[in-house]
Design a binder for this molecule. Structure first.
Ligand code: ADP
Length: 241
């Protein structure tokens, strides 16, 4: 991926649910290796945008290009393959299988990549090591703390070495200390080269990231890349007081 070619490119993207315009014309380009905070009030379209970027949902109109692929022209099977290769998704409430071990949950992240079971297990254990859970591979979710569950979910998201890691309020269900350690982990993954987009209500956290995109009423209201980055970070930090 070259620096002048965005890893992610949204042009005039809309998404309508019945008569609700969840996205009303979003244009956003993200370069390989960026770490972007997505902020904005509840209902402003943040999750809808992340789901569309993650190819979990299709736009009503507009174009979405991921790693050079125009997803609007792709079949569901081709989209699944694209998702398996390029996208890792982390949710606020972890979405782990209660009856499966940490390693099994993480190995599921490779189900659509055609990796044989034994190799899935090996890579899952390795990914759990990367998130600091090498000692928890056989634990089930109910034997793990909230922060540990989110680490398992992150290991599942990164086990396929995605180009883009999408996180929808990953610290929203955690206490402050666990949330901080999850953020530190996202920073490590970013430092290792992963492009990260994170939705957060934590404005101090958002202000600490290199780029902030603020949504309102289904549109990008402010993008620190297009503005004085320092001023927007300061404004976002200021609104926490
Ligand atoms: P945010 O993540 O910023 O809270 P969302 O993207 O979840 O915002 O929602 C944007 C708007 O779209 C809201 O008005 C929400 O009620 C609506 N919406 C989101 N998903 C659906 C859906 N599956 N069906 C109907 N309306 C939806």
């Amino acid at each position: 991926m070259t620096a002048d070619r965005p890893v992610l490119d949204l042009r005039d993207v809309t998404k309508t649910y019945g008569d609700v315009g969840a996205l009303r014309g979003v244009t956003l380009a993200v370069q390989d290796g960026e770490f972007v905070a997505v902020v904005g009030p509840s209902g402003s379209g943040k999750s809808t945008m992340l789901n569309i970027i993650g190819t979990l949902d299709r736009p009503t109109s507009g174009t979405v290009t991921i790693a050079g692929n125009d997803v609007g022209t792709m079949s569901d099977d081709a989209l699944s393959a694209l998702r398996a290769e390029h996208i890792g998704f982390v949710f606020q409430h972890f979405h782990l299988h209660a009856g499966a071990t940490a390693a099994e949950n993480v190995g599921d992240g490779l189900l659509y990549s055609g990796v044989p079971r034994r190799e899935r297990h090996r890579r899952a254990v390795e990914a759990l090591g990367r998130v600091g859970l090498g000692h928890r591979v056989d634990h089930r979710p109910n034997q793990l703390s909230g922060g540990e569950k989110q680490r398992v979910a992150i290991a599942r998201a990164i086990v396929g070495e995605p180009t883009i890691l999408l996180a929808d309020e990953p610290t929203g269900a955690l206490d402050t200390a666990s949330g901080a350690s999850i953020l530190a982990l996202l920073r490590e993954l970013h430092d290792a080269g992963t492009t990260v987009l994170v939705i957060t209500h934590d404005l101090a956290l958002a202000a600490s990231l290199p780029r902030q995109v603020r949504m309102r009423d289904g549109r990008v209201e402010q993008d620190s890349l297009a503005e004085d980055a320092g001023a927007l970070a300061a404004a976002i930090a200021g609104s926490t007081r």
